[in-house]
Design a protein around this ligand. Structure first.
Ligand code: FAD
Length: 248
C-alpha cells in the first residue's frame, strides 16, 4: 500500500508556459488555489467543493482517481482540456482526463501505475468559462448536477468549446454531441436552443436520493441557457450576486 500524500514529488505544483501541472497528491485547497490564480471566476465553485477540512485533507488526484460520477473536479478539468499522466516503473503515459474512465468507478489505471500529474492548459484570450454546481445545500454537499462550459467566440462564431458534466452518467463525461452542435455555429439564441436540446438528450441520468432523472436532464439544459444569458451580460441570476442584507 502506498500513501501518496507522503510522496513529496507528487505534492508539487509546477507552472509552464502553456499549462500548470498539479501533482496528484496536492491537497484540493492548494490545487484549486492554483486554478483560481489563473481563472478567478472559479473561486466560488472551488469553495463549494465539500468543506474546508475535506479540501485540506483530500487530494485532487484522489478525487480524479476515485472517479465518482458526481465528483466536482472532473467536469471542470474536462472543460479545461486537462490531461492526466500515469506513471509506473515501466514508463509513463498521458491522456485526456475523460479517457481515464471506462465505467462506473472503473478506469484504465493499471495495478502498478499511479496517477502522477494533472496538466491544465492556461487560459487563452477570449475564453468564457463558467462552472455550475447544483446541490441541495450550498455548502458541504456533493453535486446533483455539475456543468462546466468553456467557450470562445471569434467573429460571432463558436471557435472553441469544451463541456464537462457530472451527475448525468455513470462517470464524469465530456458532452461531445453538444460540443459538435455548437462548434463553428453563430453564437446566437437559436444555436443555444439547439445545443440545449442536444445536451438534454445526450445523457440518460439516473434517479437517486439527490435528484430525479427528469430533474437532472431539465437542469442540465437550463444551465446551458444560463451560460448563454451570462454571456449576454445578465449577471443578476447568480446567487452570489445577491446581498442578503438588501433582500431583508
Ligand atoms: C463530507 C464530505 C464532503 C464531500 N464533498 C465533495 C464535493 O463537494 N465534491 C466532490 O467531488 N467530492 C466530495 N467529497 C469526496 C471527497 O472529496 C473525495 O473522495 C476526495 O477528493 C478523495 O481524495 P483523497 O485524497 O482522500 O482520496 P482517497 O480517498 O485516498 O482515494 C480515492 C481513490 O483513489 C485512489 N487514488 C488516490 N490517489 C491516487 C493516485 N495518485 N493514483 C492512483 N490512485 C489513487 C485510491 O486508491 C482510492 O481508490 C466529499 C467527501 C466528504 C467526506
Amino acid at each position: 500500500m502506498l500513501d501518496v500524500t507522503q510522496v513529496k514529488e507528487l505534492r508539487r505544483i509546477e507552472r509552464y508556459d502553456n499549462h500548470v501541472a498539479i501533482g496528484a497528491a496536492v491537497p484540493l485547497t492548494d490545487a484549486f488555489a492554483a486554478l483560481v490564480a489563473e481563472r478567478p471566476q472559479l473561486k466560488i465553485f472551488a469553495n463549494r467543493f465539500a468543506g474546508l477540512p475535506v479540501r485540506n485533507s483530500g487530494t485532487m488526484g484522489g478525487n480524479v482517481a476515485n472517479g465518482s460520477p458526481i465528483g466536482d473536479s472532473m467536469p471542470l478539468l474536462i472543460a479545461l482540456g486537462a490531461n492526466v499522466v500515469l506513471t509506473s516503473v515501466r514508463s509513463h503515459r498521458e491522456m485526456p482526463l475523460e479517457a481515464l474512465y471506462t465505467g462506473y468507478r472503473q478506469n484504465v489505471i493499471a495495478p502498478d501505475e499511479v496517477l502522477a500529474w494533472i496538466k491544465v492548459p492556461l487560459p487563452v484570450p477570449g475564453e468564457q468559462l463558467k462552472a455550475y454546481k447544483i446541490s441541495k445545500r450550498y455548502d458541504d454537499d456533493i453535486s446533483a448536477v455539475c456543468l462546466v462550459v468553456n467557450l470562445r467566440v471569434a467573429k460571432g462564431k463558436v471557435e472553441h468549446v469544451s463541456i464537462g458534466a457530472g451527475g448525468v452518467a455513470a462517470m464524469p463525461v465530456r458532452a461531445v454531441q453538444t460540443e459538435a452542435a455548437l462548434r463553428g455555429q453563430p453564437w446566437t439564441l437559436a444555436t443555444v436552443k439547439q445545443a440545449t436540446a442536444t445536451l438534454r438528450g445526450e445523457f440518460q441520468p439516473i434517479s437517486d436520493m439527490r435528484a430525479s432523472a427528469a430533474y437532472r436532464s431539465e437542469v442540465l439544459g437550463n444551465l446551458m441557457q444560463r451560460f448563454w444569458l451570462e454571456s449576454q451580460g445578465l449577471q443578476q441570476i447568480n446567487l452570489e450576486n445577491f446581498d442578503v442584507k438588501e433582500l431583508a
